[in-house]
Ligand binder design. Structure first.
Ligand SMILES: C[S@@+](CC[C@H](N)C(=O)[O-])C[C@H]1O[C@@H](n2cnc3c(N)ncnc32)[C@H](O)[C@@H]1O
Ligand code: SF4
Length: 449
């Protein structure tokens, strides 16, 4: 491997699930701002809803998510009550709109919700916001919590897509990450979900975890592919022990180094492609014919807080502790601490604590970044001209791309950029050239690969 690639892989850069990124969120965005932004939602605007469920039964040592370990249902039930209150407050603040096209329950482990609570939340959402006929209702599912009964409940509640946290099939790795789930647990979960009519199945895999090698991640990828999920997302372990203290159980020396991470990411990509999966962006794979693969081919692929998506809704509303919303005017984030969240909605207020307003300049750069991450190409001059900017407005970014071009990651032709096959793995390093806020010395992000 070329040393220069290891240098890119080791650089800490944002994941660009938004622009400006969460590092730019600040507390001067108030509930009044949010209410004003909500009032600007158009009559025909479809809505996308993200609902965060911040509870798990057991902590995976690598976990970087907003979650809390619970051993009794009382805390979850109280949280569901708060979610119902928030649904009411939000519905009052949103004008007539184009109904809900997409719902995503994320976590944590949303499959810990009792069947009645999941159904009740969906009924409340439907009665307050209205659902489109072709609505997609997706849920992140820990396979260890999916029984035949849980799958059947999800099917009856209207869930159409389940995203299973698989990570790694090697028993030794599973021991080290405190997440023991044999292959049969995942295979059974898939069988029960499909039997319940939930045909759209995603897997999450990871690399860069302690004990992982190129050989065992290839084995995991092949086994995962044999279970035929429609989509597979592959995440490089983000080691952020200053932020997630439990990750300190992994000693730095026990983690695969940058060169090894890059090898593992490449081996997983090769294995999945050999099994017929199409590569989407820098970390997703989809069966040919899956709507994400089609979106990638037709230029309809998007990037939002859930990563790559074919969800075209112009408005994303976040519900639950720590959830993030994206509107035309800017981004907002709810209180992260569960008590702060429930207290605020209990007072009838929207629980946002921070966010950022989006300027015209931000929108231009966001589009440039999204196009590069999704389409792997960009005509910067055409983008500027089409949005009222001078043709040379993004020339600073093009200058910053000269080094990646010299290193073989992109081809520059005038103001057109085409990402090379080698550059795909480094899309975040390419995107960072368009980020007016990024500084290598400030906010700490995860490694590019
Ligand atoms: C928000 S979690 C929720 C999924 C569900 N709780 C589960 O684990 O089964 C979604 C995915 O994020 C990924 N993830 C969690 N912590 C991570 C970390 N520190 N670095 C990279 N990916 C991580 C895992 O692949 C996980 O499946
Ligand atoms: S189950 Fe998912 S959210 Fe919960 S601790 Fe594990 S990775 Fe994190």
């Amino acid at each position: 491997m070329r040393d220069v690639l290891a240098k890119y892989a080791a650089t800490e850069v944002p994941r660009y699930t938004s622009y400006p990124t969460a590092a730019q969120f600040h507390d001067r965005i108030t509930e009044a701002d949010y209410r004003r932004w909500l009032s600007g939602i158009g009559r025909d605007d479809a809505l996308s809803l993200y609902i965060h469920v911040p509870f798990c039964q057991q902590l995976c040592w690598y976990c970087g998510c907003h979650t809390t370990i619970v051993h009794e249902y009382g805390r979850i039930a109280a949280y569901v009550k708060a979610l119902r209150e928030e649904i009411g407050i939000l519905a009052e603040a949103v004008p007539v709109h184009g109904e809900v096209a997409h719902i995503h329950f994320g976590g944590g482990t949303p499959t810990l919700l009792a069947g009645d609570d999941l159904t009740g939340l969906l009924e409340a959402l439907k009665s307050r916001f209205g659902f489109r006929d072709d609505i997609e209702i997706a849920i992140e599912a820990d396979p260890r919590t999916v029984s035949e009964e849980v799958a059947a409940c999800m099917g009856r509640a209207g869930v159409t897509r389940a995203s299973l946290g698989v990570q790694d099939f090697s028993p030794a790795v599973q021991e080290r990450i405190n997440r023991v789930q044999p292959v049969c647990t995942v295979a059974k979960a898939c069988e029960w979900l499909r039997a319940a009519g939930i045909d759209a199945i995603n897997f999450d895999l990871m690399y860069g975890l302690p004990g992982q090698t190129a050989e065992n991640v290839a084995g995991t990828a092949a086994l995962a592919a044999s279970l035929r999920p429609n989509r597979i997302a592959v995440f490089g372990y983000a080691h952020v022990p200053w932020f997630k203290k439990h990750q300190q159980v992994f000693e730095t020396g026990s983690l695969p180094d940058t060169a090894e991470r890059l090898t593992q990411a490449g081996v997983i990509a090769d294995t999945l492609k050999q099994h017929g999966y199409r590569e989407i962006g820098f970390d997703h794979y989809a069966c040919p014919g899956d709507s994400l693969a089609t979106a990638a081919q037709t230029g309809a692929l998007r990037r939002n807080f859930q990563g790559y998506t074919d969800d075209p809704a112009p408005v994303l509303l976040g519900l639950g502790a720590s959830s993030i919303g994206a509107l035309e005017e800017g981004y907002v984030q709810n209180a992260v601490r569960i008590d702060d969240y429930t207290d605020t909605v209990g007072k009838g207020r929207l629980p946002i604590v921070k966010g950022v307003a989006v300027t015209g300049e931000d929108r231009l750069r966001r589009t440039a970044i999204e196009k590069l991450l999704c389409d792997l190409k960009l005509d910067a001059e055409a983008l500027c001209a089409g949005t009222g900017f001078k043709p040379d407005h993004l020339d600073g970014a093009l200058r910053a791309l000269r080094q990646p071009a010299a290193d073989g990651l992109v081809e520059l032709n005038g103001r057109s950029i085409a990402v090379t096959p080698e550059g795909r793995r480094f899309l975040r390093n390419i995107a960072v050239c368009f980020d007016a806020y990024w500084s290598p010395h400030e906010a700490r992000h995860s490694k590019a690969v």
